[in-house]
Design a protein around this ligand. Structure first.
Ligand SMILES: NC(=O)c1ccc[n+]([C@@H]2O[C@H](COP(=O)([O-])OP(=O)(O)OC[C@H]3O[C@@H](n4cnc5c(N)ncnc54)[C@H](O)[C@@H]3O)[C@@H](O)[C@H]2O)c1
Ligand SMILES: O=c1ccn([C@@H]2O[C@H](COP(=O)(O)OP(=O)(O)O[C@H]3O[C@H](CO)[C@@H](O)[C@H](O)[C@H]3O)[C@@H](O)[C@H]2O)c(=O)[nH]1
Length: 433
């Protein structure tokens, strides 16, 4: 099939390449000329394991091309996905300006029948609005559909190539059949392609993120209680996660969720509720608990120094990206933590396997970056673990101890065993144990 993807950000790039990998002819379009030129030159703008090789292969096999021309994309492609950003607008709503701008451009570009699919995460009613905007610009026939994306950064290719489910929202069953055909090579036995109405499809995306964020906030709140009562949140996690009604995933306590989706999507769903007079208290509480969790971690750092100023202290930070296996720093807890410590007069030296370049652009000169995780520790007063990259999981603890001025570790991701850390002679602070 001929597929166009409008918006070559994280989602556009990964899903577009996966469509190509399945044998479709894919045109990836973006208004960012620098990004498209980089892709044409073989440079991949994001870090995602396996993506660079997959792009190179599909370009070489002539299934994948890049352009800044929307007209060319639409002309070539029967199915066109809108995958532009829907960032927060400052009031908690999704800013849909990119989506609506693209819809207008599509309306002016259409010259034969096309299917226009919202792949971006958009509030209920947006796909209908996209239809209106296009219809106002063209007499040519077209259909709209909703097809939200559920990939996770760091595991994006696997999530796309082997989805747990595909959700398709349509007004016309024939459009559902075409999109089912596009997706059928991706679907493994037992994993459904769910065709539903457009509003339910749009809502499904927000419901999934809302529930996952709530799960994390639930364990994070309990982790704070575990600290008080002497329970271990890791044991509790295993204890509850083995009940299939609860499930083992997304129950890891930490320093709060971040990333480009959970914070903004939970806010946007709460706002949708407010617009319709439905108060979504659980989601509001999930966001509140997330903020409290980050603050709690900072308070624990302050508490260790028992009221002493942090001024002049040097903190070594391991991990900057909002999660491992990505260089994405959108809503990363590291940024809030580092800014808090800088405000207290502390100095920061950080190491991240892939996110330091992006972090440098955001944090500027206030932060020193180390070439490796051990170099990061030299002369530091404490180590703070923010992102659970695999390379941090089994370090040389004697080396850590010899490099730090004081053997103090604040672990925001519970990657070490507390008892063993105490036996090794560390002051070791983790979450909920
Ligand atoms: N990042 C994720 O992990 C993820 C996962 C699932 C769903 N989503 C959703 O997918 C959507 C895209 O997210 P993202 O992280 O890829 O965003 P992004 O900000 O990385 O990328 C958006 C891209 O759209 C381009 N763009 C903006 N206006 C355009 C226009 N008029 N024409 C063509 N291109 C234009 C931008 O230049 C940018 O490259 C969002 O709605 C997001 O919520 C994201
Ligand atoms: O048990 C857990 C799991 C995750 N997190 C944190 O939650 C955030 C989000 O993690 P994750 O969901 O793995 O990454 P994303 O790439 O943000 O993916 C989420 O957001 C995407 C965009 O909507 C969706 O497509 C995905 O299904 C959804 O998982 C990160 O800060 C994680 O550290 C925890 O604290 N504890």
């Amino acid at each position: 099939m001929h597929v166009g993807v409008i918006g070559t950000g994280y989602v556009g790039l990964v899903t577009g390449v996966c469509f190509a990998e399945m044998g479709n002819n894919v045109t990836l379009m973006d208004i960012d000329e620098g990004k498209i030129q980089d892709l044409i030159d073989g440079k991949v703008p994001i870090y995602e394991p396996g993506l660079e090789q997959m792009i190179a292969r599909n370009v070489a096999e002539r299934r994948l091309s890049f352009t800044t021309s929307l007209e060319l994309t639409i002309e070539r492609s029967l199915i066109n996905f809108i995958a532009v950003g829907t960032p927060p607008d400052g009031n908690g709503n999704a800013d849909l300006s990119q989506v609506f701008e693209v819809a207008g451009n599509i309306g002016r570009a259409i010259n034969t029948y096309k299917i226009i699919v919202t792949k971006s995460t958009v509030p209920v009613g947006t796909t209908a609005k996209v239809k209106e905007i296009i219809a106002a610009q063209t007499q040519h026939p077209f259909d709209v559909a909703s097809n939200p994306e559920f990939l996770k950064e760091g595991n994006a290719i696997d999530d796309c190539m082997k989805p747990d489910r595909v959700v398709i929202g349509v007004e016309d069953v024939r459009v559902g059949e075409i999109l089912k055909e596009l997706y059928s090579p991706f679907v493994r036995t037992g994993k459904p392609i769910l065709v539903m109405d457009v509003a339910s499809s749009e809502m499904t995306k927000y419901a999934a993120n809302g529930l996952l964020a709530t799960k994390i906030s639930f364990v994070n709140e309990l982790s704070r209680l575990c600290e008080k009562v002497g329970a271990d949140i890791e044991m509790v996690r295993i204890g509850i996660g083995s009940d299939p009604r609860i499930g083992p995933q997304f129950l890891f306590a930490g320093i709060g969720y971040g990333g480009s989706c959970f914070p903004k999507d939970v806010d946007a769903l709460v706002q949708t509720g407010a617009q319709y007079g439905v108060s979504l208290k659980i989601l509001e509480a999930a966001q509140e608990a997330n903020k409290m969790q980050r603050k709690h971690f900072m308070d624990r750092i302050l508490a260790h120094y028992d009221g002493d100023s942090l001024s002049g202290k040097l903190f070594a930070i391991w991990g900057l990206s909002f999660k491992p296996r990505t260089d994405d720093l959108r809503e990363a807890p590291s940024l809030e933590l580092i800014n808090f410590l800088l405000d207290q007069g502390a100095r920061i030296r950080a190491f991240d396997p892939v996110a330091m370049e992006n972090a440098g652009k955001i944090l500027g000169h206030g932060v020193e970056f180390a070439p490796g995780n051990y170099e990061c520790l030299e002369g530091a007063d404490a180590l703070i673990i923010v992102t659970e990259w695999n390379e941090f999981r089994h370090p040389d603890f004697d080396k850590i101890k010899s490099l730090l001025v004081q053997p103090v570790i604040f672990d925001g991701r519970n990657i070490y065993n507390p008892k063993r850390m105490i036996d090794r002679g560390f002051y070791y602070y983790s979450i909920g144990r």
